[in-house]
Design a protein around this ligand. Structure first.
Ligand SMILES: C[S@@+](CC[C@H](N)C(=O)[O-])C[C@H]1O[C@@H](n2cnc3c(N)ncnc32)[C@H](O)[C@@H]1O
Length: 222
């Protein structure tokens, strides 16, 4: 079931966008949904920004309103074609997030929206390392994705959504403590904000200077 509905929602963008718009009502609409990760980031228009797993440009559309240099990366040529048509202000690269065809230490911000829950656990580990690699020292990562709801009555709705549109990786993702993972990779200043009864998380963290992995323990401020 999940595979069919997911592939349908990827085939028909109106379906994907409609589902996203309904889900985003819980945080005040799709515009606010995509702006939440950018709150309080001390970055100017000149920042070099990567929208990782950009899809058809849903978050890219908001990023180009704030930044002059935005790159979207996605594995899907079809999605990239749509993103190029809808958000031509950005530059696009086809590639895998776990092995980005991008030079190290070039971005001030790497953002990923509603994508990491689709990754296998080992793939997710590699992607976080890649995010660290392509960020400049002191650069920021912002991640927006699912989180275990804090109130029991939200679990049935989330479970139904996962059953219809997601796979096992979304359940595995709920157990991934991204804040501590980022800390182990050398990120600091981690801030986690929860929305929609805790079912949505926004993580912001900053790559610590000097590069290299290890150290920098941190946690979310739940
Ligand atoms: C749920 S969509 C999210 C799209 C968009 N970021 C948004 O906010 O709606 C997930 C995207 O991740 C892409 N994707 C999945 N696995 C990927 C990978 N390993 N590397 C790069 N992109 C990937 C898919 O092609 C898809 O466009």
């Amino acid at each position: 079931m999940a595979t069919i509905l997911r592939s349908l929602s990827y085939r028909y963008q109106w379906l994907y966008d409609s589902i996203s718009a309904v889900a985003a009502l819980s945080v005040g609409g799709i515009g606010r949904f995509h702006r939440l990760p950018l709150a309080d980031l001390p970055l100017g228009r000149e920042a070099n920004v990567l929208d990782l797993c950009c899809g058809c440009g849903q978050a890219t559309q908001v990023l180009v309103q704030h930044f002059d240099r935005v790159t979207g990366l996605d594995a899907s040529p079809r999605s990239l074609g749509r993103a190029q048509a809808q958000v031509p202000q950005a530059h696009y690269v086809q590639g895998f997030a776990e092995a980005m065809p991008l030079e190290a230490e070039q971005f001030d911000l790497v953002h990923s929206s509603a994508a990491l829950h689709e990754m296998e656990p080992e793939q997710l580990r590699q992607i976080l390392r890649e995010i660290h690699r392509v960020l400049k020292p002191q650069g920021y990562v912002t991640l927006l994705d699912f989180h275990p709801p804090q109130t029991p009555f939200l679990w049935p709705g989330l479970a139904l959504f996962f059953w219809l549109f997601e796979t096992e990786t979304a359940w595995q993702f709920l157990e991934a403590d991204l804040g501590h993972r980022l800390g182990d990779l050398g990120f600091g200043n981690c801030r986690q904000r929860l929305y929609a009864g805790g079912s949505l998380q926004v993580l912001q963290a900053q790559k610590q200077g000097g590069g290299g992995l290890g150290g920098g323990g941190l946690g979310g401020d739940r």
